[in-house]
Design a protein around this ligand. Structure first.
Ligand SMILES: Nc1nc2c(ncn2[C@@H]2O[C@H](COP(=O)(O)OP(=O)(O)OP(=O)(O)O)[C@@H](O)[C@H]2O)c(=O)[nH]1
Ligand SMILES: [Mg+2]
Length: 440
C-alpha cells in the first residue's frame, strides 16, 4: 500500500534521524521535500499546503527545545500531523440503537460498492450479527447475479425484486429485515456516472425512504483526486456519514486517502485491501500514518496473526524464538500461516524496521511455498532442527530429493536465517500499545 510515498518518506526520515540540531535550513528543506512527495502522490493542493505549513510551524517551535534527539522530534511532528490529516481517531461504524441498522452504499460506477457490501456483511457475520444484502442496482445487467454469487460465498441472504423500482425495493427490504428480526440491512445501489441527474435523485429518494443509519460513499482509492471530488459532490447532495476507500492493495498513490477526510470533513471508516470477501480493514488514522511513513503497523499485524494462529501456538513459537530454538520445521509451519494472513510482502511491510528493499527479495508465491515444503521434507529431522549441519553435500542431496536446484536450497537456508532474525523481532513485540516513537 502506498509503496511509492512510503519509500520517499523513508529517505526524508532517514535524513532527519541523523540530525543533531534542527535549523531553519533543514526545516525548509524537509518542508520542500514533503510538499513534493505529497503533490506527487496526488494529494489535494490546498491540503498539502496546509499540512506543510503546520509541520513547518510546529518544527520551528522545537528548534529551541534542547531535546536529546531533535530529528526524532521532527519525525514525531510529521507523524502526528499526518494522523490528524487522516482524522486522528478511528470513527466506528454506527449501529441503530433499536431496530435495524440500515447501511446505504453510494458511489460512482465500478468504485467497489457491491464488493464492499459483501465485505461488510461478512464482517457483521463474524461479529455475530445477521445481515441482509439488498440488490438495488436494477440497471446494470447481471448486477443482481453478481451480488448473489458473492453473497453465496459468505452465506448471507440477498433480497431482490428484479428490475422493480429501487426506492420500493429498499423500503421493502428494510420491512422484511424488521419482520425477520435481522440486525443489519445493506443496500447495494447502482453506480452513478455523474453526481447530478436522475440517478442522484433516486439515491436521495432511497435515503429519504429508509432513513439510513449510515450513508457510506465508496471511493476508488486508485483514482486519486477524482475520488475526492466525487465524495465532496455526493456529500453535498446526500449528507454522507463516512467514506470507504477501496483498492488500496493496488498501486494507489495515497492522494485520495490523504485528502478525503480533510476535504469532506467526514471520516474514512474502512479501506478495501483485496478483492476477497474478507478484504476490508477498519481505517485507523494513527496506524495509517505509521504505515505511510514506513514505521510499520504492528497492531494490524498482530491482529491478523491472531486471526489465523491459535494463541497457544503463538506462545509456543515465541518461546522458541526467544530461546533460539526456532527450527526449519517451525519455519515450514510459519510460512503456511503467513500465507493464510495474506500477501507476504504486505505483511512484512507492517513490521517496523524491515527494509523495503528486502521485501522485494521475499516474494513467495504459492508454488514456491510447495517447493519450500518439498525441500524441507527432503531434510532429515536432525537437519531441520540443526540447519547449520547442512553442508554442501547435504545441500546437493536435499536438492536432488526435492527436485529443486542447490541454489534454491541455499536461498531457502538464507531466507530461514533472515526469517529467524525477523521473527525474533516480532516475537519480542508486545501485542498492544506500540506506537510511533518506539521505532524512531
Ligand atoms: N483489488 C481490489 N479490488 C477491488 C476492491 N474492491 C472492489 N474491487 C474490485 O473492483 C471491481 C468493481 O467492484 P464492484 O463491487 O463490482 O463495484 P461497483 O461499485 O459495485 O460497480 P457498479 O455496480 O458497476 O457501479 C470488482 O472487480 C471488484 O472485485 C479492493 O479493495 N481491492
Ligand atoms: Mg455494483
Amino acid at each position: 500500500m502506498f509503496d511509492q510515498i512510503t519509500e520517499r518518506f523513508d529517505t526524508v526520515l532517514r535524513n532527519l534521524r541523523g540530525l543533531g540540531k534542527i535549523t531553519d535550513k533543514n526545516i525548509q528543506e524537509t518542508a520542500r521535500e514533503i510538499r513534493r512527495i505529497l503533490l506527487e502522490a496526488d494529494v489535494n493542493f490546498q491540503v498539502t499546503r496546509d499540512f506543510v505549513k503546520r509541520v513547518q510551524e510546529r518544527s520551528a517551535g522545537t528548534k529551541v527545545l534542547k531535546s536529546v534527539k531533535p530529528g526524532e522530534q521532527f519525525i514525531k511532528i510529521i507523524h502526528d500531523e499526518l494522523a490528524t490529516l487522516l482524522g486522528n481517531e478511528p470513527v466506528p461504524l454506527e449501529f441503530a440503537k433499536k431496530g435495524q441498522t440500515v447501511i446505504l452504499m453510494a458511489g460512482l460506477q465500478g468504485s467497489g460498492k457491491t464488493a464492499t457490501c459483501v465485505k461488510l456483511a461478512n464482517r457483521f457475520k463474524d461479529q455475530g450479527k445477521s445481515a441482509l444484502l439488498v440488490a438495488a442496482d436494477v440497471y446494470r445487467p447481471a448486477a443482481i447475479k453478481q451480488l448473489q454469487v458473492l453473497a453465496d460465498e459468505i452465506a448471507v441472504p440477498v433480497f431482490e425484486m428484479g428490475q422493480d423500482d429501487p426506492v420500493k425495493i429498499c423500503s421493502a427490504a428494510v420491512e422484511e429485515a424488521a419482520l425477520s428480526k435481522l440486525d443489519c440491512v445493506i443496500l447495494d445501489t447502482a453506480g452513478r456516472l455523474h453526481v447530478d441527474g436522475e440517478m442522484m435523485v433516486e439515491i436521495q429518494q432511497i435515503a429519504e425512504a429508509v432513513k439510513p443509519t449510515e450513508t457510506l460513499f465508496v471511493a476508488d482509492g486508485m483514482t486519486g483526486q477524482d475520488a475526492v471530488h466525487s465524495a465532496q459532490a455526493f456529500n453535498e447532495a446526500l449528507e454522507i456519514t463516512g467514506t470507504i476507500l477501496t483498492k488500496l492493495d493496488g498501486d494507489a498513490r495515497g492522494g485520495a486517502a490523504m485528502s478525503i477526510t480533510a476535504v469532506t470533513k467526514k471520516p474514512v471508516k474502512f479501506i478495501g485491501i483485496s478483492e476477497k470477501t474478507d478484504g476490508l480493514e477498519v481505517f485507523d488514522p494513527q496506524r495509517m500514518a505509521d504505515r505511510i511513513l514506513g514505521l510499520g503497523d504492528v497492531v494490524t499485524l498482530v491482529e491478523k496473526a491472531q486471526k489465523v494462529v491459535a494463541e497457544s501456538e503463538t506462545a509456543k513459537i515465541q518461546e522458541k524464538l526467544l530461546e533460539n530454538r526456532f527450527t526449519l520445521e517451525d519455519f515450514n509451519t510459519q510460512i503456511k500461516q503467513l500465507h493464510k494472513m495474506g500477501n507476504l510482502n504486505q505483511i512484512m511491510g507492517m513490521i517496523p524496521g524491515v527494509p523495503r528493499k528486502m521485501l522485494q527479495g521475499m516474494d513467495l508465491d504459492d508454488r514456491q511455498l510447495s517447493w519450500t515444503e518439498a525441500m524441507i521434507n527432503s531434510m532429515t529431522l536432525q537437519e531441520r532442527n540443526n540447519p547449520q549441519l547442512i553442508n554442501g553435500r547435504r545441500r546437493r542431496r536435499i536438492a536432488a530429493g526435492s527436485g529443486r536446484s542447490v541454489q534454491e536450497v541455499n536461498q531457502l537456508l538464507k531466507q530461514f536465517t533472515e526469517m529467524q532474525k525477523m521473527m525474533k523481532k516480532f516475537g519480542k513485540m508486545k501485542s498492544r500499545g506500540i506506537r510511533v516513537g518506539q521505532f524512531i
